[in-house]
Write a protein that binds this ligand. Structure first.
Ligand code: ARG
Ligand code: ZN
Length: 880
């Protein structure tokens, strides 16, 4: 049954203080909750009290010390209903739970030998009966008791206020968090943990003790996370004026975790893959992920914790804003353009697909069956783009006034997306009425641009139309307010812009870029004194999450690619050019011709590669071909043909490899990094281009595998080692590939996070044997179905990155995925549900494949014990 935004009711009771006492044992845990409750004077509800609770064994229940008789309450699998409660009372609840058997990784569970929690969104109800909703905020005091030898470290939110050793080999620690918080921000950790420690002086003079807790073996992998944390704390002070508000900040790494990390107040819990790193074991991308996620969780302290969400429909209030904040942080720490390209790529290849699929929902959804299914690219990444557009519309200064007002006005409150937008409006005076549709309308708008140049009048006119396709429950869309950043490119560079009817912008001397505001289904923008026919440079910096349609000629794309001022547009032009060439190759293949690649494209790539004045990271991104899954997504309307896509892409890859072989070799040689490894932009850029060159060289000639083998043997960091291994495993002979993979396993079998990369790499290996390899790896000692990182690496790796083999004509790839989903359905529904994603796209493929995909969804739909998580995705995918 679905929950609706429309049905929101404020809580009938508040819990002003929450006292929890945990007694942790190997075969059970007891939780004693003392809840200081108070009726909400504004509520018109009756005087019964319903508390959420799942998988709990109730042991005692009392109000103000008086045990309740059996007829005074009722228990269901959703919670506890107390028929009558006073205006103000202390409710005492004793429950027993089984964390050691909790495979859902939600609530209190065990990972390796430690206890840990994950409560967002609705996991706290698996710990005790509670008003498990974010608009009930409470001051928590938590007492943890456990065996001292096994669990020397006992952590919760806030400050440790009491510690004692008990006679029986057990010990007890009490924590108090002075900041009222909703239950989803509660955390508890108990284990044999070790830490590194550092300090941060806040701008207001507070000395904060920073600790990262890990297993002893991982102590050497914490420094980068610590550095990232300190940078994040400083950045949030400088850019947003936000200061940390307690004397301690703890991070804990756990191996079994459904998502990346969790922003529990002062006790962030991280998937170990998102916090641990070292040059020997972690790639550049891994280092960047750690930096970004540490920052993301830290930034939540204000955008999420101090100001939280009223209900889960408002999830993007904290997630969209926080992703925007972490993206800007990453842009400031590394290369801004490369970060923007990476984010736009994720959006276009995955979020647009979500927006066009059966699970499409607005940034602020209107209903859900299982909230875990709405931790999506739409809520996170599109939500961040919506905040970015507000930043663009207001300008940096007014945006900062808006965020100051938002934090000041709502500190300590649980609020809505509307409250955020209103603060932005109030602080800036900008009317965001129409802009609000970004929160309520699902689907990706299509912006179509046509132009006309009147040489005589030196007038250039852009005609811009917008539309948005229907999505489930939303057949008709209203026009959006879309900021379209643009410029005009002439022969000698970008032209000064003079929009008709607008005074020239006095403030900016360099007026070659502007933001057009699209608000109508069709609009005209007229530029005066345009002395030559320009090439429009559109959607600069990816200024809005829209599809853009303009009929560029290949020559125009080459011009943008080589000369436009905007890095994003240059990259995008290279992508569009590749897409256009790929289209042509597909046509040739369909007509039974030998593919021939337009030399215009190949020459443009070769000169790009030879231009040493450019940022090597951006060059690498420009020369990376679109993925097969993105190409399938683009072909969805006609029904994607996976084999055709694969053959066309291979043909282009080979042509590009061979045409520019000497340039690849030169790029490979010149971008070697001689300095000791550091995850800094300059080195990352060099390695990125070097490893892409290695890949293309192996595509050009089999003998270049020797370069990869030499690089593999000499590598002193994981970036270079894994890149070489990937090339050998994808392009080498069977024997070369087996030898390298075996030697890698022998070297790294002791390090689970490294082995995940080994699993993921193999999941993407080409050839008929791919599925058999993945199946046999599931029986490998290194695999563990209970560990989400391993499942993601191998199973999601295969279904998402091995398009051709996942979409085998016999349907065996789909059957395999469905089998794994079936196994995880009851054990870990969140992961099972996420694995479904590729199958939900069944309508995008040719009917022969689409029907086979659909058949697996139907098989899953018929399972007797279907979890709500899987049910929601499967049933929505099958709806017509
Ligand atoms: N709030 C966390 C973050 O954005 C994600 C937690 C998601 N948990 C879940 N069960 N879906 O970092
Ligand atoms: Zn988040």
């Amino acid at each position: 049954r679905a929950t609706f935004l429309q049905e929101y009711q404020p809580p009938a009771y508040f819990i002003e203080r929450t006292e929890l006492a945990f007694d942790l044992y190997e075969d059970y845990t007891t939780v004693l909750a003392n809840l200081h409750c108070l009726r909400n004077a504004d509520s018109t509800a009756d005087n019964s009290l319903f508390l959420h609770g799942e998988e709990l064994e109730l042991q005692s229940l009392a109000i103000d010390g008086r045990p309740l008789a059996e007829d005074e309450y009722q228990i269901s699998d959703k919670g506890l209903l107390i028929h009558r409660v006073p205006e103000q009372f202390e409710l005492s609840i004793g429950t027993r739970i089984l964390p050691q058997d909790n495979a859902s990784l939600e609530g209190l569970y065990k990972s390796n030998k430690m206890f840990c929690t994950q409560c967002e969104a609705e996991g706290f109800r698996k710990i005790t009966y509670y008003l498990d909703r974010p608009d009930v905020m409470s001051e928590f005091t938590v007492t943890i008791e456990a065996e001292q030898a096994r669990y020397p470290v006992l952590l919760s939110n806030g400050n440790a206020i009491h510690e004692e050793s008990l006679a029986n080999g057990r010990h007890r620690v009490r924590w108090h968090d002075p900041h009222p918080k909703p239950s989803y921000l509660f955390a508890l950790v108990a284990g044999d943990l070790h830490y590194i420690e550092d300090h941060f002086h806040t701008m207001g003079g507070r000395e904060v003790c920073l600790r990262i807790f890990v297993e002893a073996k991982d102590l050497g992998k914490c420094q980068h996370a610590m550095d990232s944390l300190k940078k994040s704390m400083r950045w949030d002070e400088e850019v947003y004026g936000r200061e940390y508000d307690l004397d301690i900040f703890n991070i804990v790494a756990v191996d079994d975790f459904n998502m990346g990390a969790m922003e529990n107040k002062s006790l962030n819990i991280f998937n170990s893959s998102c916090v641990l790193c070292s040059p020997e074991t972690t790639t550049d991308a891994g280092f960047q992920t750690v930096e970004a996620i540490v920052a993301h969780e830290y930034f939540h302290n204000w955008s999420g914790n101090r100001v939280t969400c009223r209900d889960w429909f408002q999830l993007s209030l904290k997630e969209g804003f926080t992703v925007f904040r972490d993206a800007e942080f990453s842009a400031d720490m590394g290369s801004r353009t490369v970060k923007r390209v990476a984010d736009a790529t994720v959006l276009r290849s995955h979020q647009f697909a979500e927006d066009a699929g059966p699970m499409a929902h607005p940034v602020r959804p209107e209903s859900f069956i299982e909230i875990s299914n709405f931790y999506t690219l739409t809520v996170y990444e599109k939500g961040a783009e919506v905040v970015r557009m507000i930043h663009t519309l207001l300008g940096a200064e007014a945006f900062r006034r808006g965020s100051d007002l938002y934090f000041e006005r709502h500190d300590g409150q649980a609020v809505t997306c509307e409250d955020f937008v209103r603060a932005m409006e109030d602080a800036s005076g900008v009317d965001l009425t129409q802009f609000r549709r970004w929160y309520s309308q699902a689907g990706t708008p299509l912006v179509t641009v046509r132009d006309d140049y009147d040489a005589e009048a030196e007038r250039y006119t852009l005609t811009v139309t917008q539309s948005c396709p229907p999505t489930p429950g939303q057949p008709h869309k209203e026009p959006m307010l879309i900021p379209l950043a643009m410029g005009l490119l002439g022969e000698a560079g970008n032209l000064p812009l003079k929009l008709a009817g607008q005074a020239p912008d006095a403030e900016t001397a360099d007026n070659t870029s502007t933001v057009l505001l699209l608000s109508e289904p069709e609009q005209h923008f007229v530029f005066e004194q345009v002395r030559e026919r320009p090439v429009p440079s559109l959607l600069r910096g990816f200024s809005a999450p829209v599809r853009l349609d303009y009929n560029y000629s290949r020559a125009e794309l080459c011009a943008l690619m080589s000369r436009d001022d905007d890095g994003f547009v240059r990259w995008d032009a290279a992508q569009q050019l590749a897409l256009s060439v790929l289209d042509e190759i597909q046509q040739q293949l369909t007509d039974g011709q030998e593919p021939s690649v337009d030399p215009l494209y190949l020459d443009a790539c070769a000169s790009l590669l030879a231009d040493t004045s450019l940022d090597p990271a951006l060059v690498a991104e420009m020369l990376r071909l679109p993925t097969e899954s993105y190409l399938a997504e683009l072909a969805a309307a006609e029904g994607a043909d996976v084999e055709l896509i694969h053959r066309a892409r291979e043909a282009l890859e080979t042509a590009l490899a061979q045409h520019a072989e000497s340039q690849w070799l030169d790029a490979y040689r010149r971008s070697v990094v001689n300095a000791p490894y550091a995850p800094v932009a300059e080195q990352i850029a060099a390695r990125s281009l070097r490893n892409l060159s290695l890949y293309y060289l192996a595509c050009a000639k089999a003998q270049h595998i020797g370069l990869a083998q030499a690089q593999y043997a000499a590598a002193t960091n994981m970036t270079d080692r894994l890149a070489a291994l990937r090339v050998i495993s994808q392009r080498g002979t069977q024997q070369q590939s087996d030898e390298a993979l075996d030697s890698f396993y022998r070297d790294w079998q002791h390090d689970s996070l490294v082995i995940n990369q080994w699993l993921q790499l193999q999941s993407a290996m080409p050839g008929e044997g791919a599925l058999a390899r993945v199946r046999s790896l599931m029986d490998h000692e290194a695999f563990d179905l209970r560990n989400p990182n391993k499942v993601r690496a191998l199973v999601a790796g295969f279904s998402n990155n091995n398009s051709l083999q996942f979409h085998r004509p016999d349907g065996a790839g789909y059957a395999f995925l469905a089998e794994v989903i079936e196994q995880l359905n009851t054990r870990n529904p969140q992961i099972a549900s996420r694995l479904l994603n590729p199958l939900t796209r069944w309508r995008n493929y040719r009917p022969d494949r689409g029907e086979l995909m659909k058949a697996q969804l139907e098989r899953l739909a018929a399972l007797p014990d279907l979890s709500v998580d899987v049910y929601e995705v499967v049933s929505k995918s099958l709806q017509d």
